[in-house]
Design a protein around this ligand. Structure first.
Ligand SMILES: *Cc1c(COP(=O)(O)O)cnc(C)c1O
Length: 354
C-alpha cells in the first residue's frame, strides 16, 4: 500500500503524474520509443520543453511580462553561484533565514561583495527577521521564501526598489504571490514539481547583461535563454515529469486551488500541535510554513511509542532535520489532506494513550 509520504525532498508527486511518467519511460505517446531514448532535439521532446516552460510562466502569471523560464541542471545549489555570476557587480544583500540562505550567501562570496543584511541565526532560525534596512545600492536582495529545514516561511515580502531574487525551492506553486515583484525565482524540482535533476529558473530578461565580467557558457543565463533551455542535453525525464505536474496543477485550477488545500492541511496540523500538550511547535507562530511543519515532543520518553505509532499508520519521512531535531511534516502540493488527517489522528491517539 502507498505510504503517507511526508518526506522533505525528494518528495511525494501526484499519483497520476507517476503513472503517466512511468508509461512514457516505456513508450512516449505511441511513437514506438521511450521518452529517455529519443533525441532532445526531436519534435516530441522540443514540444515537452516548450510546454514545461510555458506552463511555468502561465501558472505564475508571468506570461508576456518579459520573463523567461529555464530548466537547468546542478540543483538549486548551483543557482547560488550562477545567479551571483550573472547579477553581482558591486554589492548583493542576503536575508539569512536558514541553512539554504547561508549556503546561497557563501557561494555568492566566491563571486563578489555579498553581505548579510539580517539573520535569525540567534534563535536557530525559528523566525523571519522583519523591519530590516535594505541598502538602496544593492544589485539584488536575495531571499529564501520557505525554509525547508526550520519550517518558517516569508508571509510578507519586503517592499524595495532593489531587484528581488528568491529561492522558492520548497514552496513554488504552493501559494499565490505577486510573482511579478520578483526579478529572478529559482527552485530545485524535487520539492514541489518533479524528480531531482532539474531546477526551474524564472528570470526577468532585462535584469541580465549588466555585469562586466565574462561569464562561461554553462553559467550564463543569456546563453541558455538563447538556446530555449537546450544549450546542452537537458534532464529529459525530470523536465517531462515537471511538465506533467504543472499540467496536473493547471487542470485542478492552478495555484489558487492548491493554495486552498494547502491552507487546510497547515491549519489541521498546526491546530493539533497547538492543542495537544504532548507537542511543541518549533517555528515562531506568525512565520510558520504551510509546507514544512516542525515540532518536537514535550516528553522525550514518548519518542519510541510515537515513532512506532506513525510508522504503523503507514507514515513515511517524519523525522526532523538534524539541525532542529524532533519531527518535520512536509506537506507539499501532492500530499493530500487525508494524509495529514492520518498524522493528526496518530498525534491525538498518543495523547489518549499517554
Ligand atoms: C532543498 C533546497 C535547496 C537545495 O536544492 P538542491 O537542488 O539539492 O541543490 C535549496 N534551497 C531550498 C530552499 C531547499 O529546500
Amino acid at each position: 500500500m502507498k505510504k503517507h509520504n511526508f518526506s522533505a525532498g525528494p518528495c511525494i508527486l501526484p499519483a497520476e503524474v507517476m503513472k503517466k511518467a512511468s508509461e512514457a519511460v516505456l513508450e512516449l505517446d505511441g511513437i514506438g520509443l521511450s521518452l529517455i531514448e529519443i533525441s532532445h532535439r526531436s519534435k516530441e521532446f522540443v514540444a515537452v520543453m516548450e510546454k514545461a516552460r510555458s506552463l511555468a510562466l502561465e501558472l505564475l502569471g508571468l506570461e508576456g511580462k518579459g520573463y523567461q523560464a529555464l530548466y537547468l541542471q546542478g540543483g538549486a545549489s548551483l543557482q547560488f553561484l550562477m545567479l551571483a555570476y550573472n547579477l553581482l557587480e558591486n554589492k548583493a544583500g542576503y536575508l539569512n533565514t536558514g541553512t539554504w540562505s547561508s549556503n546561497a550567501l557563501k557561494e555568492a562570496k566566491f563571486i563578489g561583495n555579498a553581505i548579510e543584511i539580517a539573520s535569525s541565526k540567534d534563535k536557530n532560525f525559528n523566525y523571519i527577521p522583519k523591519d530590516f534596512d535594505i541598502p538602496t545600492d544593492l544589485d539584488y536582495l536575495h531571499l529564501t521564501s520557505n525554509n525547508t529545514i526550520f519550517g518558517t516561511q516569508i508571509k510578507k515580502f519586503p517592499k524595495t526598489g532593489v531587484p528581488l531574487v528568491c529561492d522558492m525551492s520548497s514552496d513554488i506553486f504552493s501559494r499565490q504571490l505577486d510573482f511579478s515583484s520578483f526579478d529572478l525565482i529559482y527552485a530545485g524540482a524535487q520539492k514541489n514539481m518533479g524528480p531531482a535533476g532539474t531546477t526551474l529558473v524564472v528570470i526577468k530578461e532585462d535584469l541580465l547583461g549588466k555585469v562586466s565580467r565574462q561569464i562561461p557558457s554553462m553559467l550564463n543565463y543569456k546563453v541558455h535563454i538563447g538556446k530555449d533551455s537546450m544549450f546542452n542535453t537537458p534532464a529529459v525525464f525530470p523536465v517531462y515529469v515537471c511538465m506533467l505536474t504543472l499540467q496536473w496543477l493547471k487542470d485542478m485550477g492552478g495555484i489558487a486551488a492548491i493554495e486552498e488545500i494547502n491552507e487546510k492541511k497547515a491549519k489541521l496540523i498546526y491546530s493539533e500541535i497547538d492543542l495537544n500538550p504532548l507537542f511543541q511547535g518549533f517555528a515562531n507562530k506568525e512565520d510558520r510554513s504551510s509546507m514544512n511543519a516542525t515540532f518536537t515532543l514535550t516528553d522525550e520518553k514518548l519518542k519510541d511509542t510515537f515513532d512506532a505509532m506513525w510508522k504503523e499508520a503507514g507514515i513515511n519521512g517524519l523525522n526532523g532535520h538534524r539541525s532542529v531535531g524532533g519531527y518535520r511534516a512536509s506537506m507539499y502540493n501532492a500530499l493530500t489532506l487525508e494524509s495529514v488527517g492520518v498524522l493528526v489522528d496518530v498525534m491525538s491517539d498518543l495523547e489518549r494513550k499517554a
